[in-house]
Ligand binder design. Structure first.
Ligand SMILES: *[C@@H]1O[C@H](CO)[C@@H](O)[C@H](O)[C@H]1NC(C)=O
Ligand SMILES: *[C@@H]1O[C@H](CO)[C@@H](O)[C@H](O)[C@H]1NC(C)=O
Ligand SMILES: *[C@@H]1O[C@H](CO)[C@@H](O)[C@H](O)[C@H]1NC(C)=O
Ligand SMILES: *[C@@H]1O[C@H](CO)[C@@H](O)[C@H](O)[C@H]1NC(C)=O
Ligand SMILES: *[C@@H]1O[C@H](CO)[C@@H](O)[C@H](O)[C@H]1NC(C)=O
Length: 359
């Protein structure tokens, strides 16, 4: 029906209809202005944070640049021991202190910006641990190394095996250990309660990560879960912390804030947490470590403890709790090698077809 065919109801003049239209137009106009203002303000806030001439990312330590003490969920280190999580679960969170680690090599560095947790164990075929560490260190510049602590967790209970792995790390990274860039830790043998063969693979992985997080959570502002067979990209530390800063800067107090930032989807590597929030996750993992894959566990944790709504709403909000960075910063060495092999086969195929075409 066109507007012309509509007869104005009695008592309504054409003028009123016109006024109504302008009114709607005005409301739309106002909405546009409001949205534009919000966008401009948000961009301005982002610019202030990211391009502030006084905040030189290369020189300023993250904990300073980000004004993190103001961020939700983050507590200054000196207050951490008084948080509720510690009071409720002292025995769980004290595993590092109560069951003395079987091996600990540390210069006691603490208060860094980013802690990288690398769990490892004896590999039957080939260990990529040294390639991984080399790759991580090579892709950090000196200032980033100053703000970073790498913790290698050896998930073994046999002293001989632990010593062998430590020796391998020492051979290549003795200087880095001495400088305090790398810590090495192995749990007490009784940490895995059942005999080790009987602990399922997922349970062992969860226990390993829980121990590693417990040791690491108070050493830095952020904790990044990694694996022992990964390659990374140049400036990955700066990229991760910029993304974290942008997420903190744009945090809306009325909306759920992020719990984990994802820099490598569908893998355990590249998950960034706030150090101060880790105790909640550690407790959850220790209670429900049986046979659930870590990523599924993370999903359950968010659903059960952070969402206060039904599961549909929670699904919708999941990207807010668990935002993904649009590029994957980490890659498993296995898949990398596979790709390389495919590329070589393709190349060989191509040169063969070219040859056959020439003949
Ligand atoms: C930031 O770091 C500078 C130099 O290290 C220091 O003087 C300043 O007090 C720090 N500011 C905050 C808020 O921590
Ligand atoms: C690293 O930290 C040490 C001491 O904390 C400082 O002397 C050195 O200048 C720092 N290096 C860089 C490149 O920031
Ligand atoms: C520890 O590992 C070594 C070498 O793999 C092996 O000879 C030894 O029997 C193991 N010890 C135990 C208690 O399993
Ligand atoms: C390990 O599991 C098997 C069967 O699941 C059981 O027979 C065995 O007693 C267990 N060993 C230990 C040390 O618990
Ligand atoms: C190589 O070429 C053959 C036929 O020329 C084809 O069947 C095969 O799928 C190719 N392999 C790859 C990896 O492209």
């Amino acid at each position: 029906m066109s507007r012309a065919s509509l007869k104005a109801p009695q008592g309504f003049s054409e003028d009123q209809g016109y006024e109504e239209a302008t009114c709607i137009f005005k409301i739309r106009y106002c909405n546009c202005i409001l949205i534009a203002t919000i966008i401009i303000l948000a961009s301005y806030r982002l610019c202030l944070i990211v391009w502030d001439p006084q905040l030189n990312f290369k020189q300023l330590p993250l904990r300073n640049a980000s004004r993190l003490t103001q961020a939700p969920g983050l507590l200054p280190a000196e207050n951490r021991d008084k948080t509720a999580a510690f009071r409720f679960t002292p025995h769980l969170l004290d595993i590092v202190a109560s069951t003395r680690p079987a091996y600990l090599r540390s210069q006691g560095r603490t208060g860094v910006s980013i802690v990288l947790g690398v769990p490892t164990m004896q590999r039957r075929k080939q260990s990529y641990l040294r390639s991984t560490l080399y790759n991580l260190i090579e892709h950090m510049h000196v200032a980033e190394q100053n703000e970073t602590l790498i913790i290698v967790y050896i998930g073994e209970t046999n002293g001989t095996v632990i010593k062998r792995i430590v020796h391998q790390i020492e051979l290549s990274f003795g200087a880095h250990i001495a400088r305090g860039l790398i810590d090495i830790i192995a749990p007490a043998p009784d940490y895995y309660r059942d005999s080790e063969e009987n602990v399922s693979w997922h349970s062992k992985q969860n226990l390993d990560i829980a121990y590693l997080m417990t040791y690491a959570h108070s050493k830095g502002t952020y904790y990044v879960q990694l694996e022992d067979d990964i390659l990374t990209k140049r400036d990955f530390i700066t990229t991760m912390r910029k993304f974290a800063l942008i997420k903190l800067a744009l945090a809306n107090p009325l909306e759920p804030s992020w719990f984990v930032l994802d820099f490598c989807p569908s893998s355990l590597a590249g998950k960034l947490f706030k150090g101060a929030e880790l105790p909640y996750l550690i407790t959850y993992m220790q209670l429900f470590n049986k046979d659930i894959a870590m990523l599924t566990m993370l999903l359950h944790f968010i659903e059960h403890t952070l969402c206060h709504s039904d599961s549909l709403d929670c699904q919708r909000d999941m990207p807010k709790y668990w935002p993904h960075f649009d590029v994957s910063l980490f890659q498993h060495i296995g898949t990398f090698k596979q790709k390389l092999r495919m590329l070589e086969i393709k190349k060989a195929n191509n040169s063969e077809t070219i040859k056959s075409n020439r003949d």
